[in-house]
Design a protein around this ligand. Structure first.
Ligand code: R5P
Length: 287
């Protein structure tokens, strides 16, 4: 078996290779003068099981993944399992308006072309797995996030919206505390409105858990609401930390005490590893 990582997922690929005790495949990845990508696999992977690891974000990494998959196919690998630590485009999982694509399906169908199976971490919604034309599995980094939070004596876990409630519940089970959710309405791509719930946040240490932090708007709103209710300390945790559009500053200035993310997208808050949950589902579904 070989583990082959794209440029978006170098650290997590190395971690996975250690976790599974399997070698990394050597590759050459470079850009032509016109910025097109050149890919070459240097090891002989004919007849081998290959685990390709690549987050499909930002866009350049999608092309890179497709070229790596083609190279693995051309080299005659026995089977290619594609691990998407973060499945980019997953939030456009349906047509919200007439004339739009179902972006998650479009990307999923292309990735399905040269892959035997797909594994992704905390997909935005579970039904996304059906967009792949091959067996697709998810795993969750919430247990690892919860283990980290358990050390912080959190009083309750909060989901910023109803959709994230299962994650909050799962984390609260591990931490051994209560959970709740806030009601969120999205006004547009950059604005969300949060309706207060009857939370007893006063003097409590609260952790807010979501799958993605993108612009930080959702978290900042939830933090402000908790502050208004007298929370003592607030941490925010996510699986996929995109942190775009001044998210970090927004979250900190709202009054956050700690930001936590996994390494599905490596960032300065990647304090939790996703490799353990990936290897668990991988080992279950390898053959
Ligand atoms: C949306 O449903 C997701 O679960 C996240 O809440 C959302 O993507 C976060 O985005 P932002 O950080 O831009 O508010």
């Amino acid at each position: 078996m070989y583990i082959l990582g794209g440029t978006s997922s170098k650290a997590i690929t190395e971690d996975l290779s250690k976790e599974l005790d399997q070698p990394l495949a050597r590759t050459t990845l470079k850009r032509f003068p016109d910025d097109e990508l050149y890919v070459r696999i240097l090891d002989n992977i004919e007849g081998e099981e290959v685990i390709i690891v690549q987050t499909t974000y930002p866009d350049k990494n999608i092309v890179e993944l497709l070229l790596i998959q083609d190279a693995v196919y051309e080299a005659g690998a026995k089977k290619a399992t594609v691990i998407l630590p973060y499945f980019g485009y997953s939030r456009q999982d349906k047509k919200f308006e007439e004339g739009e694509p179902i972006s998650a399906r479009a990307i999923a169908e292309h990735i399905s072309l040269h892959a035997g199976c797909i594994i992704t971490v905390d997909p935005h919604k579970e039904h996304l797995l059906k967009f792949f034309n091959i067996p697709a599995y998810s795993c969750s980094a919430v247990s690892e996030i919860a283990k980290y939070l358990k050390e912080k004596d959190i009083d309750f876990v909060l989901a910023p919206d109803k959709g994230a409630m299962e994650r909050a519940q799962h984390a609260s089970d591990i931490i051994g505390c209560e959970y709740d959710y806030m009601e969120k309405t999205r006004i547009d791509g950059k604005t969300v409105k949060i309706k207060p719930k009857n939370l007893d946040a006063s003097n409590k240490k609260v952790a807010i858990i979501d799958d993605i932090i993108s612009t930080g708007g959702t978290m900042a709103k939830a933090i402000k609401e908790l502050k208004r209710q007298g929370a003592k300390e607030i941490s925010v945790a996510c699986t996929h930390g995109l942190f775009v559009g001044g998210a970090k500053e927004k979250i900190i200035s709202a009054g956050c005490n700690e930001i936590i993310s996994t390494d599905t997208i490596k960032n300065e808050f990647s304090k939790v590893r996703a490799a353990p949950c990936i290897s668990e589902v991988l080992l279950k579904n390898l053959h």
